[in-house]
Design a protein around this ligand. Structure first.
Ligand code: SAM
Length: 320
């Protein structure tokens, strides 16, 4: 049996994609794993813990920006609009917008983590009983299909958390083009991008003292073991996050502590001592750099806000 057919026999369709991407990533040189698979139930929980760490400034800074400017943002959104959030996770930041926009026709939350979506849905339905909450489990690069009665409503896209930074610049442009199309006529997008800053602030945010980010990174191997029947020895790998100044990005990796092997879906992978598996980028942009990317994707900047300490930026974009 060839590898592809044996995969089909063993896995449900979604796991099949996961399996195929893991096999492809581990076959590459250097080895890599796609970061969207961080977010199983445990990964989403660990991400929420990260957002509360003293060292992790992005969530606090973005929340402050949204609180300070929600009124101004809401003033430009027509009543009856639909708020569409990409990679919504816990939807905690969304509540600031929902409080400022009581006239929304619906809130659409898209995330790969079914568990995060369910948690968010029940909390939001209890807190906003009149709000229509629609959840879509899957990749935010998928075309957006909305119920027919919402098809003509104006749409405000929301993409917080600097998730855009996890993509390479080219991928980020491609995703912003897809979002422009998904957001219909006269689209509007509110997007959070982490700012370039001193390494003394950046590095601790991805190397926290309690090791929560390390646990988040290693959980990817635990997920591969559990869902793909692999046999990674988690104690044989360590978390690493470095800042690549030339590319202006944090790069997270798992480093093999010794020469070792792991089996994934019947395939054997060999890891040399100190060999790295790339797991995530987190690009850091200046305001101008980000606006250049947005323009390349057909968006025009309307506003940009930064927090008082100039750690984070939120851009409002329209496509004329
Ligand atoms: C950095 S977290 C941000 C979460 C939340 N929006 C915030 O600002 O705190 C990224 C979120 O995007 C989701 N995600 C990552 N890649 C995705 C993809 N390709 N499609 C859909 N959701 C994705 C993850 O499950 C996670 O909830």
């Amino acid at each position: 049996m060839n590898g592809r057919r044996s995969l089909r026999a063993e896995l449900a369709p979604l796991d099949e994609e996961f399996g195929a991407e893991v096999l492809a990533g581990l076959s590459r040189e250097p080895k890599s794993l796609p970061c969207r698979y961080f977010y199983d139930a445990r990964g989403s929980e660990l991400f929420e813990e990260i957002t509360e760490l003293a060292e992790y400034y992005p969530t606090r800074a973005e929340l402050a920006i949204l609180r300070d400017h929600a009124g101004e943002i809401a003033a430009r959104v027509a009543p009856g609009a639909v708020l569409v959030e990409f990679g919504s996770g816990s939807s905690r930041k969304t509540e600031i917008l929902l409080d400022a926009m009581p006239g929304l026709a619906a809130y659409v939350a898209i995330d790969v983590s079914a568990c995060a979506l369910e948690g968010a849905r029940s909390r939001l339905e209890a807190r906003y009983p009149r709000l229509r909450v629609i959840t879509r489990t899957g990749d935010f690069r998928m075309p957006l299909d909305l119920p027919a009665e919402l098809a003509k409503a104006p749409r405000l896209g929301f993409f917080p958390g600097s998730t855009i930074g996890n993509l390479t610049r080219e991928e980020a442009v491609g995703l912003m083009v897809d979002m422009r199309r998904a957001l219909g006529k006269e689209p509007r997008l509110l997007i959070g991008a982490d700012l370039r800053k001193d390494e003394a602030l950046l590095l601790p945010a991805y190397n926290d003292a309690r090791g929560v980010t390390a646990a988040f990174n290693l959980n990817l191997l635990a997920r591969i073991n559990r869902e793909l029947g692999a046999d990674f020895d988690l104690s044989g790998f360590r978390h690493e996050a470095i800042f690549d100044a030339r590319q202006s990005r944090i790069e997270m990796r798992l480093v093999s502590l010794r020469g070792q092997e792991a089996r994934v879906l019947g395939r054997r992978f060999v890891f040399a001592a100190q060999e790295r598996i790339h797991t995530e980028y987190s690009h850091k942009y200046t305001v101008l750099d980000f606006q250049v990317l947005a323009r390349r994707a057909g968006w025009s900047p309307v506003a940009v806000w930064r927090d008082a300490e100039l750690l984070f930026s939120v851009h409002e974009l329209i496509a004329p």
